[in-house]
Design a protein around this ligand. Sequence first.
Ligand code: F6R
Length: 266
Amino acid sequence: MEVIIQPSQDAANVVAARIIEDLVRRKPAAVLGLATGGTPVGLYKELIRLHRENGLDFSRVTTFNLDEYVGISPEHPASYHRFMRENLFDHVNIPAANINIPDGNAPDIPRFCAYYEEQIRRAGGIDLQVLGIGHDGHIGFNESTSSLASRTRIKTLTTETIEANQRFFAPGEPVPYHVVTMGVGTIMESHTCLMLAFGAGKAHAVEAMVEGPIMAMCPASVLQMHRQTIVVMDEPAASRLKKAAYYRHIYENKPDYQKLCPFPLV
Ligand code: F6R
């Protein structure tokens, strides 16, 4: 796992966007895994800027989102379909036919989940998966105690996640308990994972993920077993890391080309 600590969220978003830009320029038909929530909003803004000002072309890119709520309409203000349109898809040139988001209204959800996995396989797998981290170390909606080998499936959210996500819903409106999420095993098959983590509220989860034991209580910790995970964070999110000085030293002394995706895409 590579840890990149930046002085601010803006600086972290620029680093993360450059990694995606480099991938899309080298592989125009790249397959991107995308996340929602508060964390990736600044990254998506920077990608939109690169598209508008630097001609970053997404016309051959395919995307797969991590998760969606069960039982709310794609038009609902808190749905991840709507989030993605508002924060990225309406502003770049990814063809609608190349966009994949779990269908939380599928009549047969297990069957839909198998189909989603098959679509990822048919696309050739995910080249780069964008991730955020929950306060309890969840990735996607794989809550604590999720199988570290899990695949796309329906999950029940914890009370903590429901409380954390209440801010995206109208006051008093219930947050759905059920979601469809890519599994931890699905995420682990991505060629590269690019995680963002911001703010002191994420410091414990980041510490557990990077320096703690691998355990289902912190699903993100399994990324220690992933061949290429890059975690870009701000100072407050890094505040509990024991080896922070070492991570800074590594990044500051890297040649520029290594600051992008160090492994070639296969
Ligand atoms: C959302 C997702 C979740 C979030 C996590 C953090 O697609 O996969 O794992 O990344 O809940 O949420 P924020 O970014 O709102 O703190």
